[in-house]
Design a protein around this ligand. Structure first.
Ligand code: GLN
Length: 248
């Protein structure tokens, strides 16, 4: 087991990298290395000819502006079948905000529609205002998850399972109280922040699933000292959720 290693593909870091989404890649990598597990990170930019998901364990897609999403979308559609098969076969995909929207069927803007990959049976429509601010979720997978959202799109997830219930903030849309989607090993969310350094439990949930898919006999991850990370997470919960409930 000492030879364990994961291959992480960062898709379009040149265009999809709002609010330090790249930090999620660093967090995945560091939490593997701290446990003596190897991490190979491949960046696939719009300049590259293409990419292959052979031997890939984790695909990461960050957030981007509508303009950047349009550029990325045509490149992504060339790989629709490969990405879909990867997700259906239990490959891990983490998609944040603009990346999340592109996993769905479409993102409808005022005067045009961006076609998505259709990996998730969801769709997004541009709203009249932007939903911006800190956000706190209660999740089954990783307890309380904190982050920051900034999106014009409202995402409707139909029968899909959300990542969490919104305790503070907006989430997928203004009304459902739900945030994100979990489908097989696909985790899609509006949470920037970046997401994983602030939520180490979620990072380890993702790493455990990816490692177990590749090494079915692995026994689980060793514990790390997450006291600093947990403090950052608790600070946000106390500042927004507890303060809010004290007011009422
Ligand atoms: N452009 C998309 C929206 O505004 C996604 C933004 C983002 O990734 N932060 O909804």
């Amino acid at each position: 087991m000492s030879e364990m290693k994961l291959k992480i593909v960062h898709m379009y870091p040149d265009l999809l990298n709002l609010y330090g989404d790249r930090g999620n890649i660093e967090c995945l990598r560091r939490r593997l290395l701290w446990r003596g597990i190897g991490a190979e990170v491949i960046s696939c930019t719009c300049e590259d000819e293409g990419f292959s998901l052979e031997d890939t364990d984790i695909v990461f897609l960050g957030g981007g502006s509508d303009r950047e999403q349009k550029i990325v979308c045509s490149r992504l559609l060339e790989h629709r079948d490969e990405l879909k098969a990867f997700a259906e076969n239990g490959g891990t995909i983490i998609a944040v905000c603009g990346g999340y929207q592109l996993l769905g069927r479409y993102y409808r803007l005022e005067d045009e529609t961006i076609e998505g990959l259709g990996i998730l049976d969801i769709y997004t429509e541009q709203g009249k205002t932007r939903l911006i601010g800190n956000i706190v979720l209660e999740t089954e997978l990783a307890g309380t998850v904190v982050g920051f959202e900034n999106h014009g799109g409202r995402t409707f997830i139909g029968p899909h399972k959300p990542l969490g219930r919104v305790l503070y903030g907006n989430g997928n849309d203004e009304n459902s109280g739900c945030e994100g989607v979990v489908y097989k090993n696909v985790i899609a969310t509006y949470l920037h922040g970046p997401l994983l350094p602030k939520n180490p439990r979620l990072c380890d949930y993702i790493l455990t699933n990816a490692l177990k898919r590749k090494y079915p006999d692995m026994s689980g991850l060793t514990e790390l000292d997450d006291s600093l990370e947990n403090k950052a997470n608790e600070y946000i919960v106390n500042r927004f959720v507890n303060k809010q409930s004290n007011k009422t």
